[in-house]
Design a protein around this ligand. Structure first.
Ligand SMILES: NC(=O)c1ccc[n+]([C@@H]2O[C@H](COP(=O)([O-])OP(=O)(O)OC[C@H]3O[C@@H](n4cnc5c(N)ncnc54)[C@H](O)[C@@H]3O)[C@@H](O)[C@H]2O)c1
Length: 317
């Protein structure tokens, strides 16, 4: 199949591009390299440096004529979205709309949108099921939810077969440790270089961490599966996580052991737009996609550690 991946030079997108190339699909990656890295794009994929929010992106999509479009390019920092909601919306809402319009013009047969567990209400019963209350706390989550609505609109009224994956907190090799998101990558980078590690708030805040290869597995399953009608917003949304909460304190303890880190954590301020606890019920993905997470927590952390230890210095400020 001809497949276009936006954000395919980034953390998750580059693992997806690897898997698509390995499965012998014809892959084009479009990325502006704002946080992504050219060397993460597999050799077997075409790479085009471009901004998804531009006319050039529509031209590229027209020329590539993908059958499937995976949309991952995004401003991914929750804190940045709180500092600059306008810039976040321009990128994550208007940019995504540009991608949806281009996909429609190119006649894609499947549009796979990447959303987030950040769309759920903090009051939703845990683990969150897809039809649970939606009330994002951050502009990042608001934008992700808006794009899910646009996806449903494009599915119902403009003939674009869209589907959204609501990811938990993804971790694994290649995650950028220099931003404010990606606690596992940040801790590993700092622990491996013997630097102080800051824990925000009490450290009891817990999220649903999912290893990147499990996320890629879910993405690939969406190539084949039949989609239900898009009557309601959540009919075509799938949670992708483990359902198990892991606190920041727990992550600090396990990674300290793995890396032989001996310093105590440094207390930092709590983050206001951060949900305290999110876990995702993934029984819908299990039932409809035959998907379940395969990589255990300790295994995932060890594999991530091995990659960061072998690639020291790859990420520098
Ligand atoms: N990492 C997570 O825990 C997580 C959780 C839920 C959802 N997501 C979503 O998954 C997707 C991928 O996230 P990631 O963690 O791999 O982050 P990432 O920053 O590594 O990847 C994003 C990619 O998009 C590219 N990009 C940004 N703006 C662009 C633009 N205007 N035009 C073209 N390319 C642009 C960046 O260069 C980067 O390569 C995002 O949509 C993110 O919101 C990530």
């Amino acid at each position: 199949m001809r497949v276009l991946v936006t954000g395919g030079a980034g953390f998750i997108g580059s693992h997806l591009a690897d898997a698509l190339v390995a499965a012998r699909h014809a892959v084009t990656v479009v990325d502006d390299l704002s946080t992504g890295r050219r060397e993460f794009v597999p050799g077997g994929a075409e790479f085009i440096e471009a901004d998804i929010g531009t006319l050039k992106f529509a031209d590229i999509t027209q020329r590539v004529a993908p059958e499937v479009l995976y949309h991952l390019a995004a401003q991914t920092s929750v804190s940045e979205s709180a500092r600059n909601p306008c810039g976040d919306a321009e990128m994550n809402i208007c940019g995504s709309l540009n991608v949806l319009m281009a996909a429609q013009r190119a006649g894609v047969k499947r549009f796979i949108n990447v959303s987030s567990g950040a769309v759920y209400s903090p009051d939703a019963p845990l683990p969150c099921r897809e039809p649970a209350a939606l009330a994002p706390l951050s502009p990042y989550g608001v934008a992700k939810l808006a794009v899910e609505h646009y996806c449903q609109y494009f599915a119902r009224f403009r003939g674009v077969p869209t589907v959204s994956l609501r990811l938990g907190n993804v971790y694994g090799p290649r995650q950028n440790p220099l931003g404010e998101a990606g606690v596992i990558a940040i801790f590993l980078q700092r622990m491996l270089s013997g630097e102080p590690v800051e824990v925000h708030g009490s450290g009891a805040q817990a999220k649903d961490y999912i290893y990147v290869s499990d996320v890629v597995d879910a993405f690939l399953r969406l190539l084949e599966v039949e989609l239900p009608d898009a009557e309601n917003l959540t009919d075509r949304c799938f949670n992708i996580g483990t359902g198990k909460p892991r606190s920041v304190n727990e992550i600090f303890a396990v990674l300290s052991d793995i890396t032989n880190y001996r310093l105590a954590p440094v207390a930092g301020p709590a983050r206001p737009a951060d949900q305290k606890l999110v876990t995702l019920d993934c029984s819908r993905a299990q039932k409809k996609l035959g998907w379940k997470p395969e990589v255990g927590w300790e295994d995932g952390l060890h594999q991530t550690h091995e990659w960061f230890a072998a690639n020291r210095g790859i990420f520098t400020a």
